[in-house]
Design a protein around this ligand. Structure first.
Ligand SMILES: Cc1cc2nc3c(=O)[nH]c(=O)nc-3n(C[C@H](O)[C@H](O)[C@H](O)COP(=O)(O)O)c2cc1C
Length: 195
């Protein structure tokens, strides 16, 4: 029997009350209603030093980068929600992406955290544009790493007032965009999944 596709969901902020975490929660909740296995992680659990090739040479790739790479590798699709810092990704998320890109094996087994994997990107900000510039940069980086980034995406503006008391996105339009994106991801992941 074929297994359900596995989807990983994470946000690029570890700030308490982060909008990107709330947005990631909304994606995870939507995916949980669909035929897939959802894993919701936070980068709080994968602290990493700033990428430094001297450090990498001296001490090797940090264990948390390998653990995160394993998470990426064992899922069929990844949902990444980014905040926007000065028109781009925050260093927390870029640093995690960069460290994971250095992982190509797990012991004696090859490990491919990014290549040919599906990705759904989203951004959120209390500004009107919803972090759209950061979203564009994130898409570019993930494509560069060999991911298949779906065209469906969401830049959630006015994130400070976008959620109801249950943590759901209250705007009908935005909720519809999120639902369509999740449906598309699960459909594509179902087609691509391995036995
Ligand atoms: C260094 C820095 C730069 C920022 N630059 C932008 C920006 O370019 N555009 C924007 O909409 N918000 C910007 N913000 C505001 C963040 O988007 C806002 O703090 C947001 O809540 C952070 O995401 P989070 O809630 O997921 O932690 C910036 C915040 C910081 C700390």
């Amino acid at each position: 029997m074929k297994r359900e596709p596995a989807i990983l969901v994470l946000a690029g902020s570890i700030r308490s009350g982060a909008y990107s975490q709330k947005t990631a929660d909304a994606y995870a909740a939507q995916l949980a209603t669909m035929e897939c296995e959802v894993t919701r992680i936070t980068l709080t659990d994968y602290p990493l030093p700033i990428m430094d090739e001297d450090l990498e040479k001296e001490k090797g790739i940090p264990e948390n980068a390998v653990k995160l790479a394993r998470q990426f590798a064992r899922h069929d699709g990844i949902v990444m929600v980014t905040p926007e810092y000065n028109g781009s990704l925050p260093p927390l998320l870029k640093n995690a992406i960069d460290w994971v890109s250095r992982v190509s094996s797990d012991g004696d087994k090859p490990l491919k955290p990014y290549r040919d994997k599906l990705a759904l990107v989203a951004s959120s900000s209390d500004g009107a544009m919803g972090g759209y510039s950061a979203l564009t940069h994130l898409r570019h980086i993930l494509v560069r790493l060999g991911m298949q980034v779906l065209s469906e995406q969401m830049a959630l503006g006015r994130a400070d007032v976008a959620f109801d008391d249950m943590g759901r996105i209250s705007g009908k339009r935005e909720a519809g965009i999120l639902e369509n994106a999740c449906r598309s991801l699960v459909e594509k992941a179902t087609l691509l999944r391995r036995d």
